[in-house]
Each structure stands twice: as structure tokens, then as C-alpha cells.
Design a protein around this ligand. Structure first.
Ligand code: NAP
Length: 334
């Protein structure tokens, strides 16, 4: 049995861009975190594929065995930042089965299995938190769940993928062709070696499915999203449209009252707020019944920004851990 004053212990599944950004964020915020929580937060260990890989930030213990995290009774919170559908899906189910709080940044997994995993978390009396899965550093899910709980969202629209926005910005502003802009995005670390998930619109579609669940309480499958990407855009088309005062943006949009849920290139007037969102920035516009039009923009990706969103979820999960300990302490004195 833990002592009442014990650390809150976190196990990471994955220690790549987001995992390391999270640890950098914790190191920068360590005093604030302890004083806000009233207990120290400790990263116990992280699961990786290659324990000898060079990292930008260190951690005392790395493991290649998921059981060292999922079955460690000292770990209170499991944070899944490894990505992909499997084995992340099995690991999250195991962590919830072991009655741990779970935080994830995995949009693909949540778009495909979100309701099932949320139901499992609820059955086990644990939290499943996923702020970082949508728009990285823009804290939008909590805003929808709490700030807008008295309002009604009627339309969701935005730029949900920084990689494609970076590519499109270069094509429009610098006249680069698609292969050149894509290569530069890869060299800058914004695009994966296999960029399909970003450039096809799938990454934005995953975020749109999650947002529709949060905003409209409606369940869409990825196959319901009318989806096209940016691979077929060429400079000739951009030059013609620019003369008419329009520029291309990869827009994700859902208007459930019209049955519309789509991701694709839209030619927006240069005066549109979304046209002014450039480079790797993301943006979201919500039309609501009471507040009217709301607009956010900011970093949709990156280790520190996304790690910060994960840290916000960890703080909420840690408060639940401490409340549970408090209850046990009051009941048993231990
Ligand atoms: N990058 C962003 O800015 C961003 C923004 C929002 C959301 N996300 C989401 O955050 C998650 C993580 O993204 P990321 O960019 O941090 O990924 P990443 O840099 O590729 O890191 C993935 C980490 O998971 C480990 N890993 C992957 N598969 C594994 C397996 N089968 N067994 C053990 N370890 C495994 C890798 O180990 P090794 O290091 O040994 O290879 C690595 O440490 C994804 O779901 C992504 O969609 C990312």
C-alpha cells in the first residue's frame, strides 16, 4: 500500500518526439507541478523499441518490455505516446485492466476505438484523457467539454494538419512545386519519411472524427469522411487561383445538420481568417448557437507544445490518483 505522501508515478509507452517533449516540459515546470499537485510527479520509466538510440533528453530507466510498465503496481498513470493502432490498442486496454489512469496522444487509435476505450475506462472507474490527440498544443478538448458545455456547437472547421499547411504555404508564398516543398518539410522534421497519413488528409480526418464526437456527440467512422489530400496540387493551378485572390488550404469541416463531414483542399479568399494561418500552425473555428463564431490558432504539433498538452492530462489524472489515495487513507488510515 502506498503512503499518502508518495510520488505520483508515471510510465511512458514511447519516448520519441512527444515523450521527450513531455519530460523537457516537466523539467521546466517541476516546482510548479509539485506545488499545484501537492505531491511530486515522477516519470518511472519509458518503453522504447531501441534502448540504445540517442535521445535529446535523458531518463533514468528505459525498457523494451511493456510489462515493466503495464504490470508495475507502483505506476499510477500510463501515458501512451508511441502511436499507431497496434500494440498501442492492446497496451491501453491492459493498462485500464490493471486499473491505471491512462493518457494518450494517439488520434488514429481514438478515431477508430475511442468509444470502446472510453467505455472500458468507465467500467474500471479510471480516466482516459486525450487532449493532445487533437491540434497538439491548442487546448481545445477541455474547452469544448467544460467551457462550452452550456452552448451548442453547430459547425466545426479548421486547419488540422501542420505538415500540409507548411507545404501549401511554401507552394503559395515561394512558388515551390509539391515535391520540393514536401522534401523541405521532411528535412525540417515536419513530415515523416512516409508522409501519406498527412498529405492524404487521413491525419486531419482522425482529428475531425474525434472533434465530431466531442462537439456533436455523434459517432462517425473514418470511412464516413469524404477525404482528399494535397498531392495533386500544382503550381499552374495555384498561380491561376492566386490571380483571383484565392489560396489553397487543407480544410477539415463538419456540419452534421447537412450530413457534411469532409477533408479536402478549399480555395479561400486571402481575407479569410484561415488563409492567414501559415506554416506549421493549426487553427479551429467553431460556430456555436450562443457564442457565435470562435477561433483558435497555435502549434498543432511539436514535442514541447504537444508534451505540454499531455502534461495537462497527466495533472488531471494525478489529481484523480491523489483523490483516490485520500479516500483509501480516510477509510483505512493507510
Ligand atoms: N509529434 C507530434 O508533434 C505529435 C502531435 C500530436 C500528437 N502526436 C501523437 O503522439 C504519438 C507519438 O508521436 P511521436 O511523434 O512522439 O512519435 P515518435 O517520435 O515516432 O515516437 C514513438 C516512440 O514510441 C516507441 N515505439 C513505437 N512503437 C513501439 C513498439 N511497438 N514497442 C515499443 N516502443 C515503441 C519508439 O521507440 P524508439 O524511440 O526506440 O524508436 C519511440 O520512442 C502519436 O500517436 C502521434 O500521432 C504527435
Amino acid at each position: 500500500m502506498k503512503n499518502y505522501q508518495d510520488d505520483v508515478r508515471v510510465g511512458l509507452l514511447g519516448f520519441g518526439t512527444v515523450g521527450q517533449g513531455l519530460v523537457q516540459g516537466i523539467n521546466l515546470q517541476i516546482d510548479n507541478i509539485s506545488s499545484r499537485l501537492g505531491a511530486p510527479l515522477k516519470i518511472q520509466r519509458a518503453l522504447v523499441q531501441d534502448a540504445n538510440k540517442k535521445r535529446v533528453v535523458g531518463l533514468p530507466e528505459l525498457t523494451t518490455n511493456a510489462r515493466d510498465i503495464l504490470e508495475d503496481p507502483d505506476i499510477d498513470i500510463v501515458v501512451e505516446v508511441m502511436g499507431g493502432e497496434q500494440p498501442a490498442y492492446d497496451y491501453i486496454k491492459q493498462a485500464l485492466g490493471q486499473r491505471k489512469q491512462v493518457v494518450t496522444a494517439n488520434k488514429l487509435l481514438l478515431a477508430q476505438h475511442g468509444p470502446e476505450l472510453k467505455a472500458l475506462a468507465q467500467r474500471n472507474g479510471k480516466g482516459l484523457l486525450y487532449e493532445a490527440s487533437v491540434l497538439g498544443g491548442i487546448p481545445i478538448l477541455r474547452t469544448i467539454q467544460h467551457g462550452l458545455c452550456g452552448d451548442k456547437v453547430e459547425e466545426v472547421k479548421g486547419i488540422f494538419n501542420g505538415t500540409t499547411n507548411f507545404i501549401l504555404t511554401r507552394m503559395v508564398e515561394l512558388g515551390e512545386d509539391y515535391p520540393t516543398a514536401l522534401r523541405l518539410a521532411q528535412e525540417a522534421g515536419y513530415a515523416e519519411a512516409d508522409p501519406t497519413m498527412d498529405v492524404s488528409g487521413l491525419d486531419a480526418a482522425c482529428k475531425l472524427v474525434i472533434l465530431c464526437r466531442e462537439c456533436f456527440d455523434l459517432e462517425f467512422h473514418l470511412k464516413d469522411v469524404t477525404m482528399s489530400g494535397i498531392e495533386h496540387l500544382d503550381q499552374r493551378q495555384i498561380t491561376l487561383e492566386k490571380r483571383q485572390g484565392r489560396i489553397p488550404k487543407l480544410i477539415a469541416c463538419a456540419k452534421p445538420q447537412n450530413g457534411e463531414i469532409q477533408v479536402g483542399v478549399q480555395w479561400l479568399p486571402e481575407t479569410d481568417l484561415l488563409s492567414r494561418v501559415s506554416g506549421v500552425q493549426n487553427a479551429l473555428s467553431l460556430k456555436t448557437l450562443l457564442a457565435g463564431e470562435l477561433f483558435w490558432s497555435g502549434p498543432g504539433a511539436g514535442g514541447l507544445a504537444t508534451g505540454g498538452a499531455v502534461l495537462g492530462d497527466i495533472m488531471e489524472a494525478a489529481e484523480r490518483v491523489l483523490t483516490e489515495r485520500d479516500t483509501v487513507f480516510q477509510q483505512t488510515g493507510k
